[in-house]
Design a protein around this ligand. Structure first.
Ligand code: UDP
Length: 416
């Protein structure tokens, strides 16, 4: 059997059977062409996943490309609004935004058309490039729409716009059953995962963690709360600040809100401003705007934390939750979307519905260092079992095998 050094290293973390299984399944696809299309190479969970998935699929013998759809400012306004709408906010789609969406998809179809039409498998990620399937009519491979966002309660306007494009795919993938939609094609559930060997998640020397602490003037003697997120309202950074202020009445904690922008997210600057305004004049509240490649810095901040926070009000999955758990940290997570797949009360952290709830759970943990340690250890093992990229890759290969054999299993929304 073919082995390789990169995949062998995963065997050390996930077990040798996991890697052997991948080789076995992938041998069926040797040399087949796979194309992934999304809307950014940096920032946000999709880029984070493709960053390891593409090279690992290549190493397994597949011929894989990663392409990015691009557009003008109106396109990103439109797709951000669509994203907000799919996550439940009421939106409107002015005709000039819809035009920008069609224009960007037409330009991408022109540029990528021959490659996509000829591929054996095409994975289109999220709403931005979803129209591509309808613009490239003569295709030979299997086309799958992969939705990474929380579409449990989409706005009518947003779903009405997107659905005709999505229904043309052979299948779609959602992160959890609650996100599936009433559609006629096959729908599959695949939870995301992290790459344990990436710069974001690899073990770090204590010295490097200490240096990052010093760089951002964090006091090693006092407890640290960390939330890493794009500056996005659904990540509720202002709610985190509110929780931190409540905790501060009783414990001398410090808070880091760290994030950068994604190239496809035009709202980031506005949210960052609101957060900075709120945080002004508090030396223990650190708002860090980081470059897109600050993976080791984020890794060190998550490791420096006593408790990791992800107080989202909507969340497709929440890779930052997985990242914190992998670093043996209890996570205080918003009781929503994919965070519920990962965080269990008293098990791997706590699910919360309000700043008060978050403050209550943070104080509970801060007063019980043993619990912090026990829950942190359980969190790491939970990730090892369910949310490492070897499992994720196996499920992609299973889906690809299924599609090549013409499976028609479906799940339906509303238990139909
Ligand atoms: N991330 C990053 N830099 C930032 C903010 C986030 O590298 O400034 C990473 C974060 O570590 C995680 C991913 O981007 O790996 C965010 O994924 P998640 O599923 O948490 O949220 P999304 O941004 O996709 O909504």
């Amino acid at each position: 059997m073919m082995t390789s050094s990169m995949l062998d290293r995963y065997a050390e973390v996930a077990g040798p059977e996991a890697v052997a299984g991948l080789h076995q399944m992938a041998s069926r696809f040797d040399g087949q062409r796979v194309v992934h299309v999304n809307s950014t190479r940096t920032g946000g969970g999709v880029a984070e996943i493709l960053f390891w998935m593409v090279p690992l699929m290549r190493e397994l013998g597949l011929d894989v490309q990663w392409e990015v759809i691009e557009g003008d400012a109106r396109f990103y306004e439109m797709t951000k609004s669509l994203h907000n709408g799919l996550q439940g906010r009421d939106i409107m789609i002015p005709p000039k935004w819809a035009d920008a969406y069609h224009e960007a998809n037409r330009a991408a179809a022109e540029r990528l058309g021959p490659m996509l039409a000829d591929a054996d498998f095409v994975f289109i990620h999220d709403p931005q490039p979803a129209e591509l399937r309808s613009l490239i009519t003569d295709v030979r491979g299997h086309w799958v729409w992969r939705c990474h966002i929380d579409v449990s309660h989409p706005s009518r306007v947003a779903w009405k716009f997107l659905r005709p494009f999505v229904e043309l795919y052979e299948a779609s993938i959602f992160s959890m059953p609650q996100f599936s939609q009433a559609m006629t094609h096959s729908q599959f559930i695949i939870a995301p995962s992290i790459d344990p060997l990436s710069e974001k998640n690899i073990e770090l020397p204590q010295e490097e963690i200490d240096n990052v602490r010093a760089q951002f003037e964090l006091d090693p003697e006092r407890p640290l709360l960390v939330q890493v997120s794009r500056f996005d309202r659904f990540k509720d950074p202002l709610g985190v600040i509110e929780a931190y202020r409540l905790v501060r009445r009783y414990a001398p904690v410090q808070l880091v809100l760290a994030g950068g922008g994604a190239t496809d997210d035009p709202e980031g600057a506005e949210v960052l401003n609101a957060v900075q305004e709120e945080a002004a004049d508090d030396p223990d509240l650190h708002v860090l705007f980081l470059p897109g490649d600050a993976h080791r810095t984020i890794n060190a901040l998550q490791r420096a934390a006593d408790i990791v926070i992800q107080k989202s009000t909507r969340e497709g999955f929440g890779l930052t939750v997985t990242e914190g758990m992998w670093k043996s940290k209890p996570v205080i997570g918003g009781n929503t979307g994919g965070i519920r797949l990962q965080v269990f009360d008293y098990g791997t952290g706590f699910l919360v519905n309000s700043p008060e709830g978050a403050a209550h759970r943070i104080l509970y943990l801060l007063r019980r260092p043993n619990r912090i340690q026990k829950i942190g250890e359980a969190a790491r093992e939970f990730v090892r079992e369910y949310f490492l990229n070897t499992r994720h890759l196996r499920e992609y290969l299973t889906l690809m095998l299924g599609l090549s054999h013409g499976i028609t299993d479906r799940i339906f929304a509303n238990g139909e």
